[in-house]
Write a protein that binds this ligand. Structure first.
Ligand code: KG4
Length: 345
């Protein structure tokens, strides 16, 4: 970014809520770097092992921050504030990022900014890249936030003013993808594998149960159980049932998850009369969900905005951009701030 002016606002963002250690630099609202280190150690276990995640964060955090600063071509002394994910997430993982951010802010004499991970996923829609077109949504808008830990419909009134209008009462959509993929013997996280297999399968071949939850709330645990029992019953008669029907099972499962998500989203747009619609979180990378969103956008005349793929997954760019908007409002926290495993928006 060249040499720093006194008015430049440069934010270091830190994300460590689950199994990705990430650091990013945002300069005056523009992304300068975004480094993500994944953790392969969990693959053998078919899910994230919290204890191993914390240890891997501890190993990764310094090299990742160092790389983010170098890639952004700034000096450490240029950084105006440190923003970190305070929660929700795995407590041991969050403690690594929080402690690092606190130490960094203290040592550099700069403000500390806490960021809600979910708010970060929503504000990923405002990530601006140098020399790239910038088409952020207009307020107010609805955001379907679908990740491994959350499924929510959020009414976004302003950068820092959001209201959850619907959410899952049990499992998240990503969890449904991952847990069903696991029983099919697919690697973790299973969402992308189901997505790939679904492209070759018949989405209407198998029928799975859809929940009857009032209002705009979601539920995915019944579908997961239904899928599990369906496989168990069929495997009794046909031992090769999963192998022989992998594509159709994936396509039918994905179709059901998408129908559940879309039914409530359409209902939310009707209730709120808002046609500015966005999507965020890891599951928004799903090709079937994106196609369904595009179809409904045409049908209901929505202005649909989809974030760039790399910013839908866990990343620190979304934490840094949220930190930037909080910096403008001087929303700082003290050294006594602690992370939280569960929280609302
Ligand atoms: O946002 P994210 O990286 O982490 C959380 O904050 O949870 O989301 C991860 C989730 C996982 O459940 C993963 O299976 C799912 O996003 N996912 C997908 C796809 N890509 C990632 N699910 C379905 N289809 C995909 N293409």
């Amino acid at each position: 970014m060249g040499s720093k002016n006194t008015n430049d606002i440069i934010i270091l963002g830190i994300e460590s809520s689950c199994d990705d250690t990430s650091a990013a630099i945002v300069g005056n609202g523009v992304i300068l770097s975004n480094v993500v280190a994944g953790q392969k150690v969990h693959e053998a276990y078919g899910g994230v092992v919290p204890e191993l995640a914390s240890r891997a964060h501890q190993q990764n955090i310094i090299p990742v921050v160092d790389q983010a600063i170098k890639k952004a071509a700034i000096k450490q002394s240029d950084i105006s504030a440190v923003a970190f994910t305070r929660g929700p997430g795995l407590l041991g993982s969050l403690l690594v990022g929080t402690s690092f951010a606190k130490g960094y802010a203290l040592a550099s004499g700069i403000p500390l900014i806490e960021v809600n991970h979910l708010q970060g996923h929503v504000l990923a829609l405002f990530i601006r890249e140098k020399g790239q077109p910038y088409n952020p949504p207009k307020f107010p808008f609805l955001c379907l936030l679908v990740s491994g830990g959350n499924s929510q419909i959020i009414l976004v009134k302003d950068y820092l003013e959001m209201e959850v209008v619907g959410q899952t009462i049990d499992d998240a959509a990503g969890e449904a993808f991952d847990k069903c993929a696991k029983v099919m013997g697919l690697p973790y996280p299973g969402g992308p594998y189901i997505d790939k297999l679904a492209k070759e399968g018949d989405p209407l071949r198998f029928k799975f149960s859809k929940p009857k939850v009032p209002g705009l709330d979601y539920s995915f645990s019944g579908l997961k159980t239904n899928f599990l029992y369906f496989l168990r019953d069929n495997l009794k008669e046909t031992p090769g049932f999963i192998e022989e029907n992998k594509a159709d099972l994936s396509a039918s499962l994905q179709h059901t998850i998408i129908e559940i998500l879309m039914d409530k989203l359409v209902k939310a747009t009707k209730q709120t009369q808002i046609r500015e619609v966005t999507v965020a979180g890891g599951v928004s990378a799903n090709s079937g969900l994106l196609a369904a969103l595009q179809q409904q956008a045409v049908k209901h005349k929505w202005n649909l905005i989809v974030p760039k793929f790399e910013y839908t997954m866990d990343n620190a760019a979304m934490i840094a951009i949220t930190g930037y908007y909080k910096y403008m409002e001087k929303e700082f926290v003290g050294q006594n701030t602690v992370p939280y495993a569960r929280t609302k928006l």
